[in-house]
Design a protein around this ligand. Sequence first.
Ligand code: AMP
Ligand code: GLY
Length: 420
Amino acid sequence: MDVLVVGGGGREHALIRKIKENPRVRTLYALPGNGGIAQDAVCVPIAATDIDAMVAFAREKAIDFAVVAPDDPLALGAVDALHAAGIRCFGPEKAAARIESSKSFAKALMRAHHIPTAAWAVFDREEDALAHVRAGRFPVVIKADGLALGKGVVIAQDLGEAENALRAMMREGAFGRSGRRVVVEEFLTGPEVSVLAFTDGNTVRPMVASMDHKRALDGDRGPNTGGMGVIAPNPFYTPDIAERCMREIFEPTVRALREMGCPFKGCLYFGLMLTADGPKVIEYNCRFGDPEAQAVLALLQSDLLTILEAVEDERLAEAEVRFSRDASCCVMIVSGGYPGAYAKGVPVHIDPLPEDVCLLHSGTAEKDGGLVTAGGRVLGVVATAPTLSQAVRRAYDAAPCVRFDGAFYRRDIGRRAQEA
Ligand code: AMP
Ligand code: GLY
């Protein structure tokens, strides 16, 4: 069969590598893919958000199955458009994707269904938000309502920082329309856990839990990024907590969306914080996390394409979703300056890699037969091993195999998890 994957980052590269393992796959296309994905799939220069061109391409090539991985096309209705054209695909339709694209929608759903989350209030007027913040405690968390590339969250330590964040989002439009409405929420503390779960709208099958490292610098310092590295499984996520999350969070969320008439079919991402009062939802995403997908899919033993098709066909309950008992670690090699300004087009050199390590490309491009950087996050070094400390060591032993001017990576991915 011919399969299309929409997107062009490390998550898509991880999906493509796994999908390729299925012998039924004849041609695999990536829209638009990247320099490294080009070694595993046919890259087509159509932007992930160009839905008309995507549908036309899928029709022209008589694509048998499409996977829409990034949040933007999902929020724009890419899956609705592909379905309307008669193309089977993996990913939620636009109405279900609101669980990520509107934080106020997600919060209202949690309130209505008693799903534990940080206390919150939503504001459309800056003066109302200011009055609320002045009357409350610090730190306080201020979030742009819509999609903001993972950068729409400010943890304000005092009133001055809160005022600046509200002004930037609500008056100066720092996140465009995404920030005109803000959610102000209680600051929670505790270990963070990312749980990606397959769901066909009825059945929920969580994958191995992982831990992202969002801050740019060692010791969780510096600005928030899209993610600097991941380990899986997450040792803080015990079987008892998993059982509680299933009962209090995962199943009620999927049921709520189904009852609202927008069943979620795809990968639902639960960003959780394990607080002293129990697990609470920090955020939902309507897609695989990036780089979480890189570490988590490295441990998947069942056939990915079969699972993706079972989701679309609403037969997930019958599908085998099995993970290895090993551990994995993904270290992101990023461009100097990321998440701020950084250079692009810098030549990348890759030395031969040790065993049990793979490289997934996030932001590379082909140029004159070689590879150059094309984004902030450039490559993910993914290692698997029987234990977490071995996986971490393998990833770090291999990281120097990737060389480019300005290359940077955190040195402490997995440290907190190893101290758990
Ligand atoms: P988000 O984009 O919603 O995942 O938020 C980015 C990061 O901000 C999260 O991974 C948390 O580390 C932090 N964060 C978000 N909401 C809260 C909260 N209510 N309390 C504490 N930290 C938070
Ligand atoms: N790594 C966080 C995300 O994908 O949103």
